[in-house]
Design a protein around this ligand. Structure first.
Ligand code: ADP
Length: 446
């Protein structure tokens, strides 16, 4: 079953057929990032403090000792292998732990240490001798709530009296029960039921309220209203915190609504990706089979470390994976019909070097750190829904952050006048030449 019959891979139908993958949910993307980022992302950009607290001079800390944490909490932090605060933690933690408490809105990309920062705040403020909920953390989904819980349990390893309760689907409270757990982590719907319908969580007694993944939260039906209803019941002196990976207008509008009293706003800008140090080439073919042959020539003649191959459609990706596997390449295939756990497992294997080639479609690869890969192949060039060059995706696939980032190679496969026009548009957009490669002189690219 060759995708040659599928005209859209070459030059025909619009890229919106049933095996197209446009529908990766924001919450899935977010979970995938979490599962993949087992390490801190080190950012080289500076923290921006957009609104300070006029009462406390803003300072940053360079060590966890400087925060005067409870000894058992400090021990937990070190047990997790954290030696020093991350960039966002350096600035956020002194404010998060200050007395009297200050509200905060913080934004930085996934993997920069936000969860660890608010978990530390909850654990540092909780008093386990008081038998009622004191901290409430809202997350967009069941899985994301459990992820936060896992971090909390780890960091609280030495706080043996601490009780955590998950307010998520499948969990129940009995009628008339008032929770005696110290920290509640849950999704807005269940928390609203427990707190407002069953009165099982006395919201007025909460000391810390955290709303995590605000950008995902607002993309989900009902979550915004439910969160707002919960927040409205809190006491005025409950510390209110909101975290987000992105900083769009809508997120900030919601943030400003739900976090009152002049919150401190901090932001860690994402580093720009660039095409510096990337060699870009293209190969001209006339059919999908010819593209495959050219690809084989490349893999057969130059030594490539790990590479990613992007296809437009799931069908092309599977076809290519089968063919390459039959030709003795160690290939992994990542597409959107897989569950989030399956996808995370494939990415982990690839990251550990178990396979050398990762074939994927555009959408299912969102959220993957491509920096570890030195060769990126655009088996199909990235296009928007109306068949224009998708320059943003192009940059995202092959670009690198940091001026001294690893150099890389981008190989673009052209198979029709239309894809040639797209290539020219990309070239023009970035003002950088994409050289033509004849598969006979491959030494050129080594
Ligand atoms: P975010 O919530 O911004 O996505 P996390 O708090 O989940 O980020 O942190 C991302 C990864 O970095 C996690 O694996 C976490 O254990 C780790 N991490 C967080 N803070 C530190 C730190 N200070 N030192 C080392 N690793 C850290």
């Amino acid at each position: 079953d060759s995708p040659a019959a599928d005209r859209s891979t070459a030059d025909g139908a619009a890229p919106s057929e049933d095996d197209d993958e446009k529908d990766v949910k924001k919450e899935d993307e977010s979970l995938l990032r979490k599962l993949i980022h087992s390490e801190l992302i080190k950012s080289k950009t500076d923290i921006e403090v957009l609104r300070k607290d006029p009462n406390s001079p803003l300072h940053s800390v360079k060590s966890f000792e400087a925060l005067n944490l409870k000894p058992e909490l400090l021990k937990g932090v070190y047990d997790m292998g954290f030696n020093a605060p991350s960039k966002i933690q350096e600035t956020a933690l002194p404010t998060l732990l200050a007395d009297p408490p200050v509200n905060m809105i913080a934004q930085s990309q996934s993997g920069t240490g936000k969860t660890a920062a608010f978990v530390l705040t909850m654990l540092s403020r909780v008093d386990t001798s008081l038998p009622h909920p004191q901290c409430l953390c809202l997350a967009p989904t069941y899985e994301l709530a459990l992820q936060i819980g896992e971090v909390t349990e780890k960091m609280a390893k030495h706080m043996t009296d601490l009780r955590i309760r998950y307010a998520v689907r499948g969990e129940r409270v009995s009628r008339g029960e008032t929770l005696a757990d110290h920290i509640i982590i849950g999704t807005p719907g269940t928390v609203m039921d427990w707190a407002i319908r069953f009165r099982a969580i006395p919201l007025k007694k909460l000391r810390v309220f955290v709303l995590d993944e605000a950008d995902v939260m607002i993309s989900m039906q009902g979550h915004q209203d439910q969160s707002t209803r919960i927040q409205r019941e809190l006491s005025k002196d409950c510390q209110m915190l909101l975290f987000s990976a992105t900083y769009e207008g809508q997120v900030m509008e919601f943030a400003q609504k739900i976090i009152p009293n002049d919150p401190v706003i901090i932001r860690l800008r994402r580093e720009e990706e660039s095409l510096d140090n990337i060699k870009q080439i293209y190969i001209e073919c006339t059919s999908v089979e010819e593209k495959y042959q050219a690809l084989c020539n490349i893999y057969g003649s130059i030594s490539i470390g790990q590479s990613m191959i992007f296809c437009h459609k799931r069908k092309t990706a599977s076809w290519l994976a089968e063919k390459m596997t039959a030709d003795q390449h160690a290939v992994a295939l990542l597409t959107g019909e897989l569950t989030i756990e399956q996808r995370a497992a494939i990415i982990k294997r690839f990251r550990d070097g178990k396979e050398k080639v990762l074939i994927t479609t555009n959408v299912s690869a969102r959220g993957i750190d491509i920096e570890m890969v030195t060769v990126v192949v655009n088996f199909d060039l990235p296009v928007t829904l109306d068949w224009k060059a998708d320059c943003e995706t192009y940059l995202h696939r092959i670009g690198r952050t940091g001026r001294f980032g690893k150099s890389g190679l981008a190989i673009n496969m052209v198979d029709s006048p239309r894809s040639m026009a797209i290539l020219k548009a990309i070239e023009k957009h970035f003002g950088r030449k994409i050289e033509k490669l004849d598969t006979d002189d491959l030494d050129e690219i080594e």
